[in-house]
Ligand binder design. Structure first.
Ligand code: LMR
Length: 406
């Protein structure tokens, strides 16, 4: 060993960062950078899950602009609101997700969080603290950030196959099998609607069946609601969550406002916890507050203030419903066009939300990117909102010959 190497090693041992290893870049976030740097004018960005209009843009919604104007004029202070965040926001958003008055559920608590990710992290920590050693079950494939969030909190992860990518269909039988294998107190992470990354939904009857089995077996749902209103409608997309309202003794629900209000970078979300008794709800709340105080002390306000301003004003709320409907209609229309472009895409017509996972190998995905400037995740997930009426057929022509991952 040279003297320089020996000195380097000694320095590394002294440095507080000496043990840090290089980390792979986040695959989704790297796609944003790679696509932006691609000079090809006909590139197609089907990467990160951001809504795009017919011009390929992600504009600020009119209702958001109006709410922001009001805030500038009327907001009198930016002093701390406290660990709960904006309580009006949490309550009005709760009405949107669960129905008026939390759908009549007696015992519950909630906290505003930095985005849906903040809600998932907080929920994961609550589970780790509330019932150590209980597992979280995840259907595969799922959003790539789900497993790291629960792993970081120390919650053991178990998986089952949710979607058969090659056959492009939900394996409900395997979900039921997992529910039957799980131990009492285990938690199931479920996508409330617009499944990310597959778009493959559960039917109303399937939600009811899951809810029945979970309550009979003492299992706990943790529902991730990140795309409400972008599938079939606000109430329709809440059917999954609401299936648990009157059956589950306990449940956790992480909500994101990023997509349905188009306020991605404002980091706006909430975690709702359904409890069995008033005392349990109080203990959950106290623990959520003590956990969040350590993580972020208090959640960022601006996005929550926007959402509250929209939801508490009849006109702005109507405007939001209309703009959300336009986004939904465009996504569903593109789905229909893609499904009609080739029989291999037919299952996409009955799926919902921004995403579909196509049976494309990583090599096929890379060849689409390198050869044609078509960007999607290596798993074959596409953001349908990244297509346009003029690019659907070009995408189908390029992708169909490559389909067929086993
Ligand atoms: C996505 O899945 O593309 C979005 O939810 C963005 C993200 O944070 O991963």
């Amino acid at each position: 060993m040279s003297t320089t190497q020996a000195a380097d090693m000694a320095n590394a041992a002294l440095s507080p960062f000496g043990a840090l290893e290089h980390q792979p870049g986040d695959a989704l976030l790297s796609l944003i950078v790679a696509c932006a740097a691609d000079p090809r004018p006909d590139k197609i960005d089907l990467g990160v899950g951001v809504y795009r209009d017919a011009k390929g843009e992600t504009p600020v919604l009119d209702c958001v602009k109006l709410a922001e104007r009001r805030l500038v004029e009327e907001q009198g202070s930016k002093a701390y609101l406290g660990a709960d965040g904006n309580r009006v926001f949490v309550s009005l958003l709760g009405d949107v997700v669960f129905g008026e008055g939390m759908g009549g559920r007696s015992y519950h608590t909630a906290l505003q969080t930095p985005g849906g990710t903040g809600a998932l992290c907080l929920g994961a920590e609550l589970i780790a603290r509330g019932n150590p050693g209980r597992s979280i079950w995840m259907g595969e494939p799922t959003w790539p950030n789900h497993a790291p969030i629960f792993r970081k909190a120390g919650v053991p992860i178990k998986t089952y196959e949710y979607y058969d990518v090659a056959a492009m269909r939900v394996r409900f039988d395997l979900l039921v099998q997992a529910l039957e294998q799980a131990e009492r107190g285990d938690v199931f992470l479920l996508h409330g609607c617009c499944h990310n990354p597959t778009g493959a939904e559960l039917t109303g009857d399937q939600w009811q069946e899951i809810s029945r089995i979970m309550s009979a077996r003492g299992l706990v749902p943790f529902v991730d609601v990140a795309y409400q209103g972008l599938g079939d409608g606000l109430a329709e997309d809440a059917a999954g969550v609401r299936a648990f309202l009157n059956t589950a003794s306990q449940a956790l629900v992480a909500v994101s406002c990023s997509k349905n209000f188009g306020i991605y970078r404002e980091r706006t979300g909430a975690l709702y916890v359904l409890a069995e008794t008033a005392d349990e709800a109080a203990r959950c709340h106290e623990n959520l507050v003590s956990l969040s105080r350590v993580f972020w002390s208090m959640p960022p306000d601006h996005g929550a203030a926007i959402v509250a301003a929209i939801l508490e004003n009849h006109e702005l709320k109507q405007m939001w419903r209309h703009e959300l409907g336009e986004m939904r209609d465009r996504i569903n229309s593109l789905r229909g066009q893609l499904a009609a472009a080739h029989p291999a895409f037919a299952p996409l017509a009955s799926q919902r939300g921004m995403f579909a996972t196509l049976p494309l190998s990583p090599e096929a995905v890379l060849s689409l990117k390198e050869g044609h400037g078509v960007y999607m995740t290596l798993s074959g997930r596409i953001n349908i909102a990244g297509l346009g009426a003029e690019t659907v057929s070009r995408f189908a022509e390029l992708a169909v010959p490559l389909l067929g991952r086993s």
